[in-house]
Design a protein around this ligand. Structure first.
Ligand SMILES: C[S@@+](CC[C@H](N)C(=O)[O-])C[C@H]1O[C@@H](n2cnc3c(N)ncnc32)[C@H](O)[C@@H]1O
Length: 199
């Protein structure tokens, strides 16, 4: 981890691209990468993009590190705690893309307020995304999909990029799937793939 870790106690570089050893032109953040299948696929697929992966669950972080040990990608940096700390650390308009894939669903109504999508976190996304930057949200939980659509509409800083149901029922381009998605499918739940553009 030391070579890859981000330390939010140090100030963020003015030009976030300098965080990476690789010469990157765009920067992408994945919140709660779990087993890291999607994150590593994207890191390898896009060498000209710098990736910040965040995952507080130690076993998941260890699993990802085990997969890159000895050949750490120079377009990847990691953080092992709450994504809010990195969102508040990042310079304004520094990201091109945020992935929030199968966030903890909190399906019981009394727990909905714990969901990662909230007005305050959408404010954070809005601050760190460049105008036209992308926020991708995938979930298999209908109430969270509706919740996210309503929160983004209410927030006003995001436009939903869907013309027809095909746009949100079809996975993102070159989608490798995630472990959580596999579990949802095995249990008979389908998914929605929402894409918002920061206005
Ligand atoms: C349901 S799992 C999905 C994991 C992975 N994205 C997938 O699709 O397989 C949600 C993940 O979000 C992480 N998580 C929860 N709260 C978080 C937070 N505040 N910041 C970053 N990650 C968080 C959890 O540790 C967990 O790994």
């Amino acid at each position: 981890m030391p070579g890859l870790a981000i330390n939010p106690d140090e100030s963020a570089p003015y030009d976030l691209r300098s965080l990476f050893g690789a010469d990157v032109s765009t920067i992408r953040l994945e919140i709660g990468f779990g087993g890291g299948e999607h994150l590593l696929h994207r890191v390898r697929e896009n060498p000209g993009t710098g990736f910040i992966g965040i995952e507080p669950f130690v076993n998941s972080m260890a699993k990802l590190l085990g997969q890159v040990e000895g050949a750490e990608p120079d377009n990847l940096r990691l953080y092992d705690d709450d994504a809010v700390a990195i969102l508040d650390w990042l310079p304004e308009a520094s990201l091109d893309h945020i992935d929030l894939l199968y966030p903890d669903p909190w399906p019981k109504r009394r727990h909905w307020k714990r969901r990662f999508v909230s007005q305050v976190n959408l404010d954070r996304f809005c601050r760190v995304l460049k105008p036209g930057g992308r926020f991708c949200f995938a979930s298999d939980i209908d109430s969270y999909i509706n919740w996210t659509l309503l929160h983004c509409r209410r927030h006003g800083g995001f436009g939903w990029q869907a013309q027809s149901s095909e746009d949100w029922l079809r996975p993102y381009d070159n989608w490798p799937g995630t472990r959580y998605e596999d579990k949802a499918r095995r249990e008979g739940r389908s998914s929605a793939y929402l894409t918002f553009l920061r206005i």
